[in-house]
Design a protein around this ligand. Structure first.
Ligand SMILES: Nc1ncnc2c1ncn2[C@@H]1O[C@H](COP(=O)(O)OP(=O)(O)OP(=O)(O)O)[C@@H](O)[C@H]1O
Length: 615
């Protein structure tokens, strides 16, 4: 840069010409970048900077003062500071000179220089077992190598920091890399240009837990990413049929990790299931509590349910301020509890624990953000919780507070109508034949037999409430969620969890627990223990199906939280299974296309050897 030392007279001329230059720029409407370019090229800029101080003190023309103000603006100050840095050659890092003896065939070789600051390289390498050559096995999305855009999957590695890698084990190359800090120089032969696949992200909900530490087949454990049931994953790369790259959401890191693909995880799950003893802890299946079943298969009989009469006022009908709640809930909860206890003893044929259960067949569920439009029906609200946690209390509270907003579905029953009851108000009173016909046609989400009468919640009863623009609120056992999760109902599932033990003791002083022989009594320490244990097991097993969790400590607080969660579910964007947001006609086309795609993919063979893939 040439230093000019202008005279006072020259300074005046200079100032005028600079101001003129700026004015012209403004009137010609040229961009800021063009103006900067013009100014920075001017030989008098350095001189101008020198006289900046003079401008502050010396009496000068209007143009001079105007220029001074312009030069004081933050943008120009930032520019001047950048100018100074560049003028002092004050930038890092200082790159080493390129090797002098570059081979003649320039196209075949690439020298890649990366600056590594205590962060992993973000690429894995592997050795070709036949040739012994070392390749870049994969480039991790968002990692250093990926951000540089200079290393690609399949590039052949020749040297690292001047050390030839020929004949080395991948682990030895990794050691060189680990001990290199700052600048790392790679000599590679680039892989043939790959067709740039459009790598748009896909969002998935994990339906199972995964821990890379326990997965011996992971090509490189350091890059593995763990996840838990219910967590949201952004899958950024599915090019490898076995190992995908993904980020957990919400994410703090731009760097992705490796997770098994659907097919990989399915085969792992199957292997694991067959090698494990039968889980008999939390399994619940649909059993009837007495007599021969409607489908003709004998079911376990619970003697007590027949012996002890229900307290009808409490058990079958809830009327709050003249408002009828779906009355059968109590008896069904009781029935469910019987079924649950019976099942704990024998669940060897239970569907949800079999290797074909839904979580095993779908380890990931594709999800999309969905915003309900005001024209659509409200979403179904499903409360899930262990018996005694307060699901019914919360549900009643919501209906009591906002009867025009919330409503329960009217259940069906084969029990005879009593005096004062109306069909379609407390229940839909139907004949046993009709009830059985509805069962055969899968019209019930849940049904059960109590004291000789059938009770059930039909999907039509739920839709009826939703169609009228009211929020249908039901409680359900978690194993029925699979049947409920449909595009039409779009259920939003809220898990009700018990609070800490001391809050339980404090808040449940006057609470009454319904016992298996249909009587009520105060809660005991044993009940609290059972409640916590059952709740923990339920959460562990079904967490992937819950959208939110609300703790039922103090009733008013829990109700208020529930209200705001429900409002969010109806009014704000939520993650839902992808098919829920697609209109029916495009769903049919999509299913057909997917079939074709899968057929094509089926023809591909994956030949990469992952055993020596090192990060
Ligand atoms: N937050 C709370 N504070 C105090 N008492 C509560 C609270 N939630 C529920 N209760 C009381 O606990 C008892 C059981 O509640 P509730 O009947 O709602 O349980 P549930 O989960 O529906 O189980 P079940 O179907 O077996 O009755 C009731 O006496 C209820 O009034």
């Amino acid at each position: 840069m040439t230093t000019l030392r202008p005279s006072m007279e020259d300074r005046g001329k200079m100032l005028t010409s600079v101001v003129e230059e700026i004015r012209r720029a403004v009137t010609r409407n040229i961009s800021g970048a063009q103006l900067l370019h013009t100014l920075l090229r001017a030989p008098w800029l350095y001189g101008l900077l020198k006289i900046m101080d003079d401008l502050k003190t010396v009496q000068c023309s209007d143009e001079g003062r105007e220029l001074y103000e312009i030069l004081q603006s933050p943008h120009i100050q930032a520019l001047l500071s950048s100018h100074d840095s560049i003028a002092r050659l004050d930038y890092e890092p200082v790159l080493p000179p390129l090797p002098e003896e570059l081979p003649g065939d320039q196209d075949a070789m690439r020298i890649v220089c990366l600056v590594k600051n205590n962060q992993p390289l973000g690429a894995t390498i592997k050795r070709d077992e036949e040739t012994g050559e070392i390749y870049i096995a994969r480039v991790i999305h968002g990692g250093l190598a990926d951000r540089s855009g200079l290393l690609h999957t399949g590039d052949l590695l020749l040297e690292v920091n001047g050390n030839p890698v020929e004949g080395l084990e991948p682990e030895q190359v990794i050691q060189i890399l680990i001990h290199s800090q700052g600048t790392i120089l790679f000599k590679v032969i680039p892989n043939k240009p790959q067709t740039t696949a459009t790598n748009s992200s896909v969002f998935m909900r994990a339906m199972v837990d995964y821990s890379p530490q326990q997965d011996w087949s992971l090509p490189c454990p350091d890059v593995g990413m763990s996840f838990r049931k219910g967590q949201l994953l952004e899958v950024v790369d599915q090019t490898d049929g076995h190992w995908w790259q993904a980020r957990r959401l919400p994410t703090t890191s731009s760097c992705a990790g490796l997770i098994p693909s659907t097919s990989m995880l399915k085969s792992k799950q199957r292997e694991q299931w067959w090698s494990q003893p039968l889980p008999i802890d939390t399994c619940i299946r649909q059993v009837l509590t007495d007599g021969p079943s409607i489908d003709g298969v004998s079911r376990p009989v619970d003697e007590k349910a027949d012996e002890e009469p229900l307290n009808n006022d409490e058990a079958e009908s809830d009327v709050i301020n003249g408002l009828y709640l779906a009355g059968f809930r109590r008896s069904l909860r009781l029935w469910r509890r019987m079924a649950y206890r019976g099942c704990r003893l024998s669940c060897s044929s239970c569907y949800s624990c079999s290797p074909h259960s839904t979580s095993l067949s779908n380890p990931y569920e594709e999800v999309v953000l969905y915003q309900r439009s005001p024209q659509e029906n409200p979403r179904l609200i499903v409360l899930v919780g262990t018996s005694g946690v307060g699901v019914n209390e919360l549900r009643k509270n919501l209906i009591r507070m906002k009867p025009s907003l919330f409503k329960g579905p009217i259940p069906h029953t084969t029990r005879p109508m009593r005096e004062g009851e109306q069909t379609g108000r407390e229940y839909h009173f139907v004949t046993r034949e009709l009830f059985e016909y509805m069962v055969c046609n899968n019209r019930f989400l849940e049904y059960g037999l109590c004291r000789g009468h059938l009770y059930g919640t039909s999907s039509d009863a739920i839709r009826e409430v939703l169609k009228k623009g009211r929020i249908c609120i039901i409680d359900a056992e978690p194993h029925s969620l699979h049947a409920l999760r449909s595009r039409k109902l779009k259920p939003y599932v809220i898990f009700i969890r018990p609070p800490e033990r001391d809050v339980l003791r404090l808040t449940r002083q006057h609470a009454r627990i319904l016992t298996s022989c249909c009587s009520c009594r105060a809660y005991t320490e044993e009940d609290y223990e059972e409640l916590e244990e059952a709740s923990g097991l339920m959460e562990m097993k079904y967490r992937q199906l819950f959208d939110r969790t609300v703790e039922n400590g103090r009733l008013e607080e829990a109700t208020a939280e529930l209200l705001s969660v429900i409002q969010e579910a109806q009014e704000e964007e939520q993650w839902v299974p992808a098919p829920w947001s697609v209109p029916e006609e495009s769903r049919r086309e999509e299913r057909r296309d997917k079939g074709i795609r899968e057929e094509r993919r089926g023809g591909l063979t994956y030949t990469m050897d992952y055993t020596s893939d090192v990060y």
